[in-house]
Design a protein around this ligand. Structure first.
Ligand code: CAA
Length: 261
């Protein structure tokens, strides 16, 4: 794997790509160089045929404490608008067709919370603290927070969180459905995420890709169009080798050997 300055990249389990944000001096604040590195690592995993799922985490103390406030402090409107500031990373995951699990420990604030929510599956530990504190800085969420948080926990709670800048505890995140699972410790959270990723990576990549695509469509389409879209993609899978392999293996009580074709 390549070496980076602000992230650590590895493949700790079969089929699993692992990215740890590593900018301890600034609680993993998401400066531009870090975002560029993250982008590059995600793209490498996306194009690696051996990788079936990806886990993204931070440190025990912070998933990420937000966009880099010091970098943004002197930004002007024309510079931000002209360069479409943050566009490069508010859509960091749109090219990513493989499942991304975010394992969140410690602070996930502002852009950190937004990055966490870009995960297809969110896991956290009891140490996690979520929030969109941008209002305290005189701005608003800028990397999808107002949209993804509202979809995840509903308007009243999202509105309260974004207007007050109050934090969301791990317990609330679990109860409100912001995360799929709350673990006791950071170690268990990361281990749990890696295990889930390994499980997903053990299935046909074709089916996994289709599953992610149809679930994501539910965020944009009405129920009727969504169900129709799902059915079309479902039909399409009967053109894959892995559908034949999977169903024949079931009938023969054998383990399916996927070809990803
Ligand atoms: N940007 C730049 N530096 C940051 C940072 C950030 N978002 N968050 C923390 N740091 C730096 C601190 O400046 C500090 O650096 P120095 O040691 O050089 O002073 C170091 O990280 C450690 O932080 P603290 O000393 O503040 O640690 P703490 O334990 O006392 O507090 C904290 C932790 C509550 C998370 C606090 O650091 C904090 O409030 N951070 C900012 C959180 C925030 O407002 N995030 C939103 C950013 S805006 C955004 O993200 C916009 C968007 O939607 C895209």
């Amino acid at each position: 794997a390549k070496t980076y300055e602000h992230i650590i990249v590895s493949t700790p389990k079969p089929g699993v790509g692992f990215i740890q944000l590593h900018r301890p001096k600034a609680l993993n604040a998401l400066c531009t160089p870090l975002i560029l590195e993250l982008n590059s690592a995600l793209r490498d995993f996306q194009s690696a045929s051996t990788i079936g799922a990806i886990v993204l985490t931070g440190s025990d103390r912070a998933f990420a404490a937000g966009a880099d406030i010091k970098e943004m402090a002197d930004l002007t409107f024309s510079a931000a608008y002209g360069a479409d500031f943050i566009e490069t990373w508010s859509d960091l995951v749109t090219f990513l067709k493989k499942p991304l699990i975010t394992a969140i420990n410690g602070y996930a604030l502002g852009g950190g919370c937004e990055l966490a929510m870009m995960g297809d599956i969110l896991y956290c530990s009891n140490t996690a603290v979520f929030g969109q504190p941008e209002i305290k800085l005189g701005v608003i969420p800028g990397a999808g927070g107002s949209q993804r948080l509202t979809k995840a926990i509903g308007k009243p709670r999202a509105m309260e969180t974004i207007l007050t800048g109050n934090n969301i505890t791990a317990k609330q995140a679990g109860e409100w459905g912001l995360v799929a699972k709350v673990f006791e410790t950071p170690e268990e959270c990361v281990e749990g995420a890696l295990k889930t990723a390994e499980k997903i990576a053990g299935y046909s990549q074709i089916a996994v890709k289709a599953a992610k695509e149809v679930v994501n469509k539910s965020q944009d389409l009405g129920i009727r169009e969504g169900v129709e879209f799902e059915r079309r993609v479902f039909h399409g899978l009967f053109g894959s080798k892995d559908q034949k392999i999977g169903m024949n293996a079931f009938a023969k009580k054998e383990k399916a050997e996927w070809t990803n074709e």
